[in-house]
Design a protein. Sequence first.
Length: 108
Amino acid sequence: MAKSGLAKGANAGHITEPVAAAPKANRRKGALNKRTALCRSIAREVCGLAPYERRILDMIKTGGSAADKRIYKFAKRRLGSHKRALVKREDIKAVNAAQRAKAAGVEE
């Protein structure tokens, strides 16, 4: 509520200019910048997949009716949180799609 500049009343007090607060660091937490994305892609290219990621990839390839749920449960156990497990599942699915696209491009 705006101050009136008067000593008494509902809006009593010295008139001040509100200070705009700087955005908090948690607003950009998790945002991926270009340098980090490049470093991660190079590391993935050089090192390949971790053993648990290869196991997830194998689960995707073998498929089955409850594959997504099994992959989620496995990733959650390894990574510790719901959100990380979902992101990892989608990441490994993208890797699988890229491998299939590459294989399809070679066959043609």
